[in-house]
Design a protein around this ligand. Sequence first.
Ligand SMILES: [Cu+2]
Length: 100
Amino acid sequence: MKKKLQHIVVATLVSALLTSASWAQGALIDGTVTKVDTAASKITIKHGPIKKFDMDEGMTMVFAVKDKNLLGKAKAGDKIKFDADNVNGQFVVTTIEKAK
Ligand SMILES: [Cu+2]
């Protein structure tokens, strides 16, 4: 009996973890790449609202990239999901995924 309860607890934890993982993925920001500047290591993205940066409306803005290789993941016109950090007032893209 005790074992069965343990099993249920584990199953609940696993499903909670899976839910938070898909949640984290859902937290990526939707955007469309409008320009990739490899020389300057910048990417211009037209993005939707970004709550954590107090951007309540979508806008087009230039981001730096954490890793130059991220620039190879997208080209102008691509729809992406991305994440960014505010590093001393400069917005830096940390993740880029192609949106389906
Ligand atoms: Cu913005």
